[in-house]
Design a protein around this ligand. Sequence first.
Ligand code: LLP
Length: 432
Amino acid sequence: MLHSNLSISNTGHLMIGGADVVELAVKYGTPLYIIDEDRVRENCRTYLKALRTHLPHGSKVLYASKALCYAGIFKVMKEESVCIDIVSAGELYTALRAGFPAENMFFHGNSKPDIEIEYAINAGVGHFVVDSAEELEKIDMHAGRMRKIQKVLLRVTPNIDTHTHKKIATGTIDCKFGTPIETGQAEQFVKTILAKKNVRLDGLHCHVGSQIFDEMPYCQAAEVMTDFIADLYKKTGWMPEYLNLGGGFGVRYTEEDPAIDYAGWIERLGEKLKTLCAERGIPVPALLLEPGRSIVGDAGITVYSVTGVKEIPGHASYVAVDGGMTDNPRYALYEAKYTMLLANKPKKPKNYLCTVAGRCCESGDLLGENISIQKPVKGDLLTVLTTGAYNYSMASNYNRVPRPAMVAVKEGKDFLAVRRESFEDLIALDTL
Ligand code: LLP
């Protein structure tokens, strides 16, 4: 199986985290997101342990909550001593309602509305990751009004090309995120922040991209960032407490994707950082990492019911399911590849080549093309693996399709994490 939390039961059903996927589909209906909470916790612990072992005290894991955001996930993060990266007042609100401490939140985003900045400062958000001069002005002003000193990091662009999908690459100079180092703008920005009365600059941030399978960009980023830090120290006397190298560690969607040893990456990154700092004569900053996908990706699967099969001689065979781009827009957006199988007959040969079609009135609503699954018939449970990240969090109500329920599995027991949207939910905001 693609991930070690998946197996096949004696009765020939797909299992995740010790729970029978067919039974869950019967109990909760389809489409259904299933999240293996034990796996999420295990992934958090892998990161934490590696950071604690190989990096200075104060190094932290910030779960990028954009990958999967619902109240329950923040309880898990709190219990696992993981901080969070949030990008909107909506994520902030969800986390607060789940009892997550505001102090351990890092507020990201290239376009934070004033009203959200005020809300976050009032709520006591630990750090802002500042991304524009206008945002800085607003933070300084509002923090002053509240008689607070707001802690911030500055997001910069190290100009590193990660060769990942263009829509998820973020480290290059020509990008909507961050302030470029190369142009001298980042240095100027640091000086501006240091001159502010109500803001304290605690560190620097960069994020090179997402779904990255190569350690190199992180080492390159560490090099550029430590150069920048050493230069800044000479010019301003300022030394950051934190260096945040972002998230982006890849996960396996198919057998072709390599399995990443995250702990090994962090160990080598730690060594690299220590060497770079020694060469530049600067102290090793506490390292912050912001994994999203690699915390929740392999913990999730989505189960659909097959609604029909259409075979066109000489052309593709279409397997239609009761969900699609509304619960997983990633094929439509990025042609993202997935592994799929039938949860009620996973042992049968996967020799049926097909296009998996969603239910929306849109030809582009596909979950994949050239997908091999067991021969399907109506009612089979088509299951897409590795959907824990950027599926539920990117879901929509296009065609007024209600969002699926999400069930969590913990120590083999299941419980509802997010209930299925009802028709009432769909019209709840409409005036009649
Ligand atoms: N930190 C920052 C500043 C980010 O922008 C992101 C992701 C992360 C951390 C977490 O990256 P991860 O570890 O999850 O790769 N919707 C796309 C992915 C967009 C990523 C956005 N930023 C997808 O479905 O592939």
